[in-house]
Design a protein. Structure first.
Length: 176
């Protein structure tokens, strides 16, 4: 752990799922469910998919919750309230969504064909390949990221997840 850097813990970009910003939400969902990461004899599901532009530059990432947020009806939970003066404060009732299920199903079908760039989040933090483990821990906790892209000379060469960081901590504590 003393000399551990991002390059020691990262998953190479060739082994990590990524997609074009033009890909549809439906294609991205398929990638989520048809991709498994095989590392150190363990298999895990993908937590986030990296999104690249036409020049192969990282522009964002998408998590399952970002896709679900895209499917959320826009006029529920206070999202459509545009009146400058609210007369009554009304509590949101998610149970009312069941009344609009058929319409919601149509929204899902339409949304599935939109580009993933509509729901992705921008990548605002990265780590360099030679950054020490303590900096990685700081970035992950400070930014509340479970995954950080790893850069070398400005290019994405891999990703590091909390799984690899915790495994390194486990090893340093000699936990079996």
């Amino acid at each position: 752990m003393k000399d551990t850097t991002a390059i020691d813990l990262m998953i190479p970009i060739e082994k990590y799922p990524h997609i074009s910003y033009k890909a549809t939400i439906k294609e991205t969902i398929s990638l989520f469910y048809n991709t498994r990461l095989e590392l150190n004899g363990k298999t895990s599901l993908t937590r986030a998919i990296l999104v690249f532009d036409d020049e192969n530059k990282l522009i964002g990432m998408v998590r399952r919750r970002d896709i679900m947020r895209g499917f959320q009806p826009k006029c529920f939970f206070g999202h459509c309230v545009t009146h400058p003066q609210l007369i009554y404060k009304v509590e949101d009732d998610p149970n009312l969504l069941e009344l609009a299920f058929e319409r919601f199903n149509n929204i899902i079908q339409d949304m599935a064909n939109k580009p993933i760039s509509e729901v992705m989040i921008k990548v605002t933090h990265t780590v360099n390949h030679d950054d020490h483990l303590i900096k990685i821990i700081y970035e992950m906790t400070d930014q509340q990221y479970s995954l950080l892209p790893v850069l070398k000379n400005g290019e994405v060469i891999g990703v590091i997840r909390t799984v690899e960081v915790m495994d390194e901590i486990r090893k340093s504590l000699e936990i079996e």
